[in-house]
Design a protein around this ligand. Structure first.
Ligand code: FAD
Length: 291
């Protein structure tokens, strides 16, 4: 099923997982998926080679299992920067053979260890190529606070509009910790006639190293109350984790009350945290959007 069709019916609630590191057994992800399945997400997306480690077949295998073993709609992430057109055609063929209908088309993180190729310099070029060469629902990434490389948010939105015009059917946002950035971004996107569904990306932060990494990788702002929370609990791991979960729930309650299209939870493959959040918001998500 193409996941963009879900947004007509409800507030979409979806998860992201990543393939286990090469040093961990692949089976660990299957027990995580089994546990995540209890919360009945609308779909699960599977990352692809983040940081340049090219584990594409693993992504396809996991996305296949999400759909066919666990009965949940799946999305395969697909970064274009390290592939040429012939390689991309083969990947699209493999995705179709695996029964995957949904692709998150990305430029991809540029790794110092892998020389980028020229065919897909921007995600919009990959979106055009996928639409010309297959029957996929194509999802794109968006950045409420602007992409790190963009000179201004306005410039980033102009490129986002190009990506949508190329055929992107749905968007998923970068994580953020201040909902006001997301609402301001939605207003600007709508002013530019970007009218595809936009899911809010929420990452529960459960340890200090994780947040430092995220801020340097994504350049997101940390609100004062978030920083105070981190300082108070940084030497108390259980309290830090619980505060991070509560913060994410608080963000979601506000977003769902404001009738956003959907919530995409970056689970970090942690089913315990996904469970706590899913249980806390499940009744909210069941209320029709227009109510
Ligand atoms: P683009 O949309 O191409 O944008 C990249 C930059 O180029 C932006 O600054 C944009 O403004 C600019 N730009 C776009 N078009 C033009 C143009 N025509 N001329 C000049 N500038 C332009 N990475 C992975 O490697 N694997 C993953 O699985 C993965 N999953 C992700 C999931 C989500 C929800 C998100 C938000 C990000 C994910 N990423 C992943 C990270 C992503 O690959 C990086 O953020 C990457 O730097 C940008 O990818 P993009 O698809 O947004 O690029």
């Amino acid at each position: 099923m193409k996941t963009n069709l879900l947004f007509n019916q409800k507030t979409v609630f979806s998860f992201e997982v990543f393939p286990p590191k090469k040093t961990s057994p692949l089976e660990t992800i299957y027990s995580t998926l089994r546990e995540l399945g209890y919360f009945k997400p609308d779909f699960i997306s599977v990352t692809y080679g983040a940081g340049g480690s090219l584990n594409g077949q693993t992504t396809i295998d996991i996305a296949h299992a999400v759909k066919h073993t666990y009965g949940i709609e799946s999305v395969a992430h697909l970064p274009g920067i390290n592939f040429d057109k012939a390689e991309m055609l083969k990947i699209l063929h493999d995705l179709k053979c695996a029964g995957i209908d949904n692709v998150l088309a990305l430029r991809g993180d540029i790794s110092p260890n892998v020389t980028p190729k020229d065919d897909f310099r921007f995600a919009s070029e990959l979106v055009t190529f996928i639409k010309e060469n297959g029957d996929f629902n194509v999802i794109g990434a968006c950045y409420p606070e602007g992409h790190l490389e963009a000179t201004t948010l306005k410039q980033d939105l102009i490129h986002l509009k190009e990506k949508v015009n190329a055929g992107t059917d749905q968007l998923i946002s970068q994580l953020f910790f201040d909902n006001d950035y997301f609402y301001a971004f939605l207003d600007k996107a709508h002013d530019m006639d970007i009218n595809v569904p936009i899911e809010a990306g929420i990452m529960p932060v459960t340890n200090k190293n994780q947040i430092e990494r995220m801020v340097s990788m994504c350049g997101v702002n940390l609100p004062k109350k978030f920083k105070q929370m981190m300082e108070k609990y940084e030497h108390h791991p259980d309290a830090f984790r619980d505060a991070g979960i509560a913060y994410a729930i608080d963000q979601i309650v506000d977003l769902v009350s404001q009738n956003v299209d959907g919530i995409h939870l970056y689970t970090m493959n942690n089913s315990y945290i996904a469970r706590r959040i899913s249980e806390a918001v499940s009744t909210l998500l069941a209320v029709p959007k227009s109510a």
